[in-house]
Design a protein around this ligand. Sequence first.
Ligand code: TYD
Length: 211
Amino acid sequence: MAGVFISFEGIDGAGKSTHIEGLAAALRSAGRHVTLTREPGGTPLAEKLRTLVLNDAMDAMTEALLVFAARRDHLQQLIEPALARGDIVLCDRFTDATFAYQGGGRGFDLETLSVLEHWVQALPGTPVLRQPELTVWFDLDPAIAAQRLAGARLPDKFEAQPVAFFRQVAEGYSSRMRRDPGRFVRIDAAQSREAVWQEVLRAVRARGWLR
Ligand code: TYD
């Protein structure tokens, strides 16, 4: 069976993590091999870079370079081999997060991000980019997300940002979806957990990856 690449996106507090684990379990029960991973991270080197990006103050370009460096290692060491084996790769965030957080949230130049995206994600010898076949976007009003996050745990550098930052991040996701609508499924994450889960299942079933 051919490999499948699915990413999960959304602002902090939108609730994607529970559902990505639920989907991994559902796919495994159906007999599929699943690689469940996350960005920044997913390999020993990329996890080290994640610690820096989430905790250390740095300018937006440094942040963008580090998340793409982490992504490069992640693609080469983990994602590409898993896809070649025929796994379903479920990735908690991918490049849309860079466009949303570094681009939208921090206002870093989108064209530079596109250049980095091409460097890091071009399939060898082609201009074709490695991208998820499906991106499930958990869209939630930043004010509601902030309420959900409040008191949940010690916030990292991004989680500590004000609601206005997350409005820009959400706009970043929205413009990525407008550029590539066929890849995205937007889920209204203000619904009940069960309703959100049903929409996740519907998106995956509609593509024939789960019965
Ligand atoms: P997140 O995925 O929310 O993990 P956790 O549930 O453990 O907090 O945290 C990752 C953070 O990194 C999130 O705030 C978004 C940020 N991020 C970027 O700023 N740029 C990126 O390219 C990626 C992948 C994540």
